[in-house]
Design a protein around this ligand. Structure first.
Ligand code: ZN
Length: 112
């Protein structure tokens, strides 16, 4: 087994079917990638304070890293889709059977 405990439930606590276990294991890898980006951001910020780093612009770098992290976080598998397993053209998940958090909120937030 890898270094991650095996996730057996989605973020909403629902059991993940076997077929989708690798997807939700990947969620943890994406999450770790975002934490690594955070570390790189901090390290580059430290270098930017050095004389040799005077051309590193902390505000611009932070903006780039924030975008990068948001992009990574937005891609993380969040929840199972409620569609039927045989429904191949579900408009919410396009047949993947899982959604990111943004997709979930978009699909399942009742419209006023
Ligand atoms: Zn679906």
């Amino acid at each position: 087994m890898g270094k991650y405990p095996r996730r057996t439930r989605d973020t909403l606590g629902r059991p993940i079917p076997d077929r989708l276990l690798p997807i939700f294991a990947g969620a943890q890898r994406l999450d770790e990638w975002c934490r690594l980006a955070e570390i790189l951001q901090i390290k580059l910020g430290v270098l930017a304070q050095e004389e040799f780093g005077c051309h590193l612009h902390p505000a611009s770098l932070n903006e780039l890293f924030e975008k990068l992290k948001q992009h990574g976080l937005a891609a993380i598998p969040y929840a199972l889709c409620d569609c039927h397993p045989q429904e191949l053209d579900c408009p919410k998940c396009e047949g993947r059977r899982w959604l990111t958090q943004n997709e979930y909120l978009e699909a399942y937030t009742p419209r006023q």
